[in-house]
Write a protein that binds this ligand. Structure first.
Ligand code: NAD
Length: 226
């Protein structure tokens, strides 16, 4: 049984992760952490997640919650994640990090800490997207420089970070890679239909990382795609 603490537990991803942890036989929720001052602190985390009583109360005391954990799953904000990382390092607890938008300095810190604890960090934890990345790299290798490559991504209007993007309504996450050659065009598209896909990937990563040696891993490692 892998004992899991979810941070950002009342957020969109946190609630979905709590529900996946609950229905996965090999995982157990032992802590659900929100930011200090969050209105629902003290309420049952399962009820906050919309799936009924779990017997784990939402807390703002991460240091206490982590004492019972094998792994933290963190989908919060870069600054909060870095704070949790320092505490997880001291407590020798693994981390799965889904937070996006890290600065260069924060990414360097992740690499440094990766030598001292088990971490999976990936900006997209969907199994399908990570498989698509592998397929696309094979396509790029075969097609070579004669094909133009364009990437289009679309997300909901609240997503903070952006590259070449569409931000509209409640789109969960679409990615299209176009290989344009002379006389033909190939398009590979992945559409996430709910956040559950990321939550399932994160819980799979947690089950995997607790059995690995210390290191900084990504979802390609988790799925054995390297
Ligand atoms: P959200 O705003 O709904 O949830 C974030 C939660 O974190 C909030 O409830 C907030 O109160 C909480 N929080 C903030 N500071 C905290 C702290 N110090 N301790 C504990 N909790 C704290 O956002 P979201 O849609 O759930 O996304 C969260 C992050 O995950 C974003 O960076 C997003 O881009 C990323 N994300 C990654 C993937 C992936 O597959 N890697 C998928 C979806 C979202």
């Amino acid at each position: 049984m892998v004992k899991i603490v979810v941070t950002g537990a009342a957020g969109r991803m946190g609630r979905s992760i709590i529900n996946v942890v609950r229905e996965t036989n090999e995982t157990e929720l032992v802590g659900a952490v929100e930011r200090p001052g969050y209105a629902d602190i003290g309420k049952d985390a399962g009820e906050v997640a919309g799936s009924g009583k779990l017997g784990v109360k939402l807390t703002d005391n991460f240091e206490k919650a982590i004492k019972k954990a094998d792994c933290v799953i963190d989908f919060t904000f870069p600054e909060a994640t870095m704070h949790h990382l320092d505490i997880a390092l001291k407590s020798d607890v693994a981390m799965v990090i889904g937070t996006t938008g890290f600065s260069h300095h924060q990414r360097e810190r992740l690499k440094e800490v990766g030598g001292q604890m088990q971490i999976v960090a990936a900006p997209n934890m969907s199994v399908g997207v990570n498989l698509l990345l592998k397929i696309v790299s094979d396509m790029a290798r075969v097609l070579g420089r004669d094909y133009d490559v364009e990437i289009i991504e679309a997300h909901h209007r609240l997503k903070k970070d952006a590259i070449q993007t569409i931000r509209a309504g409640d789109i969960v996450g679409d990615h299209t890679i176009i290989f344009g050659g002379l006389g033909e065009r190939m398009e590979v598209t992945h559409r996430a239909q709910s956040r559950e896909t990321f939550a399932r990937g994160a819980v799979r990563a947690a089950q995997w990382v607790v059995k690995q040696p210390k290191g900084l891993y990504d979802m390609q490692d988790v799925l054995g795609l390297k």
